[in-house]
Design a protein around this ligand. Structure first.
Ligand code: GCW
Length: 878
């Protein structure tokens, strides 16, 4: 990455100057960071009014049109687009191929080109210059797509009010900067949390691909150059001729934005689509089938990017069926793609999900190195091994995968998730670039030398320059793409880090905030600070110390379900036993996984003295009263961390409320509701984990909080009118392990007589909201209603979880309720007993295989867990 500029110098001082004009307009978030809002003092830019675009390439033309649109919107500057350089100043967009035509004399060419005629691929330079008294802003790009990148850069700077540079140049870190979408042809998305697919419906490509085109524009604006549109668990009939013709339509809407289409394929396609009797990658029939299929694709999609492959993993068939290796399979595809410049991204995510949990030496984390290290050097040049950041699966914290250090003659791509599968599913704000940067900056110390992950995947360490970055994004049809307005900062940050892994996090988030929410200094300061701490906050209330995920891994990976990871074949064990907790992955006594790291790192992790606290339980099994480097015992640190984390999540609400009136109402309200949900759900997490630890360790919280909630009134302890007690499973996801349900059509009541001192309180009702059912609740004091609401949320994922558990538990807080001793507080719940909900999932909007598979009883019995009466204040009762 080469990057130089005088352009960025004074971001902070300009912040004050350009405090945004009031934003009153409602916004649905669909334009994301490309709002192009009118800036204060637009006249200070005094830009030329002509945009000269050289050449006829549609991408160059598109770049000019985007620039014209942006300048009009941001500055009110009307420009004309032309292809001739008249006797006037101009903004010139050009690329190496056509520059000579514009600047025919060597002197002119030299003035503009300087020394760097050798612009690296996808790079650009921007010069501001005066020639013969005229003003020029010249974009010199390596390709039409790079012109587009330059245009987005210019517009991004103007939107922040930054001065334009006299000279700026930028080069991407690596050629692979892709996103993956896990979309199925039926329109569903695996691990997608923002509505159905923007690409597919009912087994086909959508007729209307407007959203797909808009998505490509967003991707181009952050330098993404490839998009794999279908699930790595690929539809088996994906590669039929009929489908390929349809995919060509997606490629058509991507093309003006320089985004290449790619596809995930299933290795059995020669059988399932081709009708062959084998898919053995070394069988000549199979080899020739792939060649023909690839040629067929390129006839329709000449700029096709390539294939992503998931094989021998989680039920997908693969080369092991024929005793072949991943290299055998990848190479067959690679040879077919090579003449067309396509690539194969073969996923390193190959593991056995039927491990024997009794075997203390069994370890899923070992799988990457065990399966791939011996194949290093055996792959064709256009094969890239796509490696998840950690050895397990996108948890909130894992060590970096040792496979990055093991492959030295094979290009690699780092795979991360923008979709928040294990990190709150876009109902919790978690700014993941903080985590990715931690991964990228990890030094693997290969051969005792600096070898940071960012240098490995960008090819510097092992001289393998064809790798890069992939992020699973899973945008959906919801207007704002990812559901949580704050989650869009993850996509933006991903693009920026893929372009330049050294880009400071503070700069990335600051730019995103300004583009998305405006330049008001208060808005910028508040949102930047919230986002920057959000990864740590989430980690601290969902499972710190490298425990891995404590989500319900057998369900939807959203709420807590602690022991779901234990005692099954999936290998996400943390081995929480009576004597202690954590996976012993040491070389000395454990699975030996630590030995897969280069020496220095292995020594650091192997020794308890040097193993970092935040990865401890990933590597070691220790007693609950083990003393951390922080000086606390493990169990006390877990208790404290969960209280601190849940409190920090609760504080997002008043922090956000302080911005009321400074941002548009539509996005303000939507975001506020999400923060309120997060505050409540963080408490579900906190209590589940802390109570579970207290039970298994037998050690009390030194501060006496865990298991003692003086402001809480359990539903089952209230006087009930019709409500019946039920067990919550797993027990830790309901307060006291129990809740109440109402099965009477007319509704049921819970009542209690209060002995609180007279005053004003915030009352939180913790209840369960089942997907599909809509119960109604009314809270009243002495018979007078203080709040009525419907349990009509569609909690993630957009699938029906019919259980009372950590995924469906939610809360409603009623603020400023006046109470005095002797008052009767009553909660009335009216269930949703609609027969359609009982008969199946179709009525709840589920379709296809998903609907048939689930068939749950979705009636909602107005379930209640507890009521908490806390102080009247800015924070939800804790
Ligand atoms: O973590 C798992 C997810 C699966 C996913 C798989 C993968 C697409 O839970 O949904 O499958 O990873 O990355 O292949």
């Amino acid at each position: 990455m080469r990057c130089s500029s005088v352009w960025f110098k004074s971001v902070a001082s300009f912040a004050l100057l350009f405090a945004s004009a009031a934003i009153a307009r409602a916004e649905d978030g669909s334009v994301a960071w490309l709002r192009y809002a009118r800036i204060a003092n637009p006249e200070k830019y005094s830009l030329p009014k002509r945009i000269v675009v050289a050449g006829t390439d549609p991408v160059s033309r598109n770049a000019a049109a985007e620039l014209a649109k942006g300048l009009q919107s941001e500055l009110g500057l009307t420009t004309t687009i032309t292809d001739t350089l008249a006797d006037q100043g101009a903004i010139i967009l050009t690329n190496l191929q056509v520059l000579a035509k514009l600047l025919p004399t060597p002197a002119q060419a030299e003035a503009v080109l300087g020394a760097a005629v050798d612009l690296p691929p996808e790079s650009y330079k921007i010069h501001s210059l005066q020639m013969q008294g005229r003003k020029y802003l010249v974009v010199q790009a390596a390709s039409p797509t790079a012109e587009l990148y330059a245009v987005f850069h210019i517009l991004e700077e103007i939107e922040q009010g930054n001065p334009l540079p006299t000279f700026f140049s930028s080069t991407p870190s690596a050629p692979i900067r892709w996103v993956d979408e896990w979309d199925n042809l039926n329109g569903t998305i695996e691990r997608g949390y923002a509505g159905p697919s923007i690409f597919f419906e009912n087994g086909h490509v959508r007729q209307d691909l407007t959203r797909a085109g808009k998505y490509a524009r967003l991707l181009a604006s952050i330098g993404i150059n490839g998009c794999n549109v279908n699930n790595v668990n690929a539809d088996l009939d994906l590669l039929t001729t009929e489908h390929i013709k349809e995919f060509a339509r997606i490629a058509d809407v991507f093309r003006p934005w320089g985004v290449k289409l790619a596809l995930s394929i299933d290795l059995t396609s020669p059988q399932t689509v081709g009708g062959l009797d084998t898919f053995d990658p070394l069988d000549p029939k199979v080899i020739s089938w792939w060649q023909q299929k690839v040629d067929e694709i390129y006839k329709l999609i000449p700029d096709f990017g390539g294939f992503t492959v998931k094989a021998d993993s989680e039920g997908r068939k693969g080369p092991s069926q024929y005793g072949r290796t991943p290299a055998d399979a990848a190479n067959v595809l690679a040879r077919a793609l090579a003449p067309h410049h396509g690539v194969v991204l073969y996923r390193g995510f190959v593991y056995n999900n039927h491990l024997d949990w009794h075997d203390l030496k069994a370890d899923r984390a070992r799988a990457g190195v065990d399966n791939f290290a011996s194949l290093d050097g055996k792959f064709e040049k256009n094969v890239i091994i796509q490696i998840k950041e950690g050895p397990i699966d996108f948890q909130a914290r894992e060590p970096v995968s040792p496979l990055f250090a093991a492959l030295r003659q094979t290009p690699q791509a780092l795979e991360v998730q923008t979709t928040q599968e294990y990190t709150g599913q876009q109902r919790h704000m978690v700014w993941l670039p903080s985590m990715w940067k931690w991964v990228l900056d990890t030094d693997m110390r290969v051969g005792g030398r600096p070898s940071h992950v960012k240098d490995i995947v960008t090819g510097k360490t092992f001289n393998q320059p064809t790798g890069g970055f992939v992020s699973v994004v899973n945008v959906g049809m919801e207007p704002n793409w990812l559901h949580h307005p704050m989650a869009m900062a993850n996509l933006y940050g991903y693009g920026k880090l893929a372009w330049n892994p050294d880009e400071p996090l503070e700069k990335i988030i600051d730019t995103w905030t300004r583009l998305t929410w405006g330049n008001d200094p208060e808005v910028v300061r508040t949102i930047d600070a919230m986002q920057l701490k959000s990864w740590h906050v989430y980690e601290s209330y969902t499972g710190p110390n490298g425990m891995g995920t404590l989500t319900n891994i057998l369900g939807y990976h959203f709420g807590p379900g602690i022991e779901s990871a234990e005692r099954n074949g999936w290998g996400q064990w943390f081995r929480g036993e009576k004597d202690g907790i954590g996976m012993d992955r040491t070389v000395a006594t454990g699975t030996g996984y630590i030995g897969q790291y280069p020496k220095e790192l292995a020594e650091k992790y192997e020794s308890l003295a040097s193993c970092p606290d935040d990865l401890l339980l990933f590597f070691h099994h220790v007693p609950y009263d083990y003393k951390l480097h922080s000086g606390k015992t493990l169990v006390q640190s877990i208790y404290d961390s969960h209280y601190e984390g849940a409190l920090a999540a609760a504080e997002y609400v008043p922090q956000w409320e302080s911005l009321k009136g400074k941002i548009d109402a539509e996005r303000y309200e939507k975001t506020l509701a999400l923060f309120e949900f997060q505050a409540g759900h963080a408490i579900v997490w906190r209590d589940a984990i802390n109570n579970w630890f207290r039970r298994i360790s037998g050690i009390d919280d030194a501060q006496g909080r865990v298991g003692h909630d003086p402001n809480r009134i359990e539903a089952e302890a209230m006087k009930t009118g019709g409500y019946k007690m039920v067990d919550v499973t797993p027990w830790e996801t309901g307060s006291g392990g129990r809740a109440v349900e109402c099965r009477e059509e007319k509704g049921c009541t819970l009542a209690t007589t209060l002995d609180k001192p007279a005053g004003t309180y915030d009352v939180a009702v913790q209840y369960f909201d089942i997907w599909g059912g809509v119960s109604t609740y009314t809270l009243s004091v002495n018979g007078a209603a203080v709040a009525t609401w419907k349990a009509d949320d569609k909690l993630p994922p957009a699938q029906a979880d019919p259980h009372l558990d950590g995924q469906t538990s939610t809360r409603r807080t009623i603020r400023h309720v006046a109470l005095k001793p002797g008052d009767v507080l009553e909660l009335r719940g009216v269930p949703d007993l609609r027969i359609g909900l009982f008969h199946g999932a179709q009525t709840a909007g589920l379709s296809g295989a998903q609907g048939l598979r689930m068939q749950p009883d979705l009636r909602e019995f107005a379930p209640v867990d507890y009521i908490e009466i806390g102080p009247d204040g800015p924070i939800t009762p804790q």
